[in-house]
Design a protein around this ligand. Structure first.
Ligand code: ZN
Length: 135
């Protein structure tokens, strides 16, 4: 059993954006040498999150629009401390981590599936932690 860790730094460029980070995870899998196992992808942050979906530009905008509808700008208690409560609340609607299957040395995703990182409080540098475990 092998375990390989790679931390990728991802610079976001706006307050809110959706980025396709699939290639960074594939790079970690290739470097790990793991053929059969899992890739754990984890964001070490509280105002950004990960999901699997289609990386179509219109849909990526729709994702942000949907989160802004679900958690509207408001007066929240955390804003008295940090002024980014909305960013925290939007990011907790989805998880900060994913467990993905690796087989034949490749990430097993469906045709339209991509790993998307959603920034809710950028621009800033994010750390995407990828751990590949297997044989
Ligand atoms: Zn905060």
């Amino acid at each position: 059993m092998k375990s390989y860790v790679r931390v990728e730094r991802v610079d976001t460029s706006s307050k809110e954006e959706v980025l396709d980070v699939t290639n960074l995870v594939e790079k970690a899998i290739n470097k790990s040498g793991v053929k059969e196992g899992v890739a754990i992808v984890f964001l070490k942050h509280t105002t950004a999150a990960l999901c699997i979906n289609e990386a179509e530009r219109g849909l990526m905008d729709d994702i942000l629009k949907t989160f802004s509808t679900l958690v509207k700008e408001n007066k929240y208690k955390h804003d008295e401390v940090d002024r980014n409560a909305t960013s925290h609340l939007r990011s907790i609607l989805i998880l900060p981590s994913l467990v993905l299957p690796v087989s034949g040395g490749s990430l097993q995703l469906g045709t339209w599936q991509r790993i998307l990182m959603i920034e809710f409080d950028g621009p800033r540098r994010r750390e995407l932690y990828v751990q590949v475990i297997g044989e």
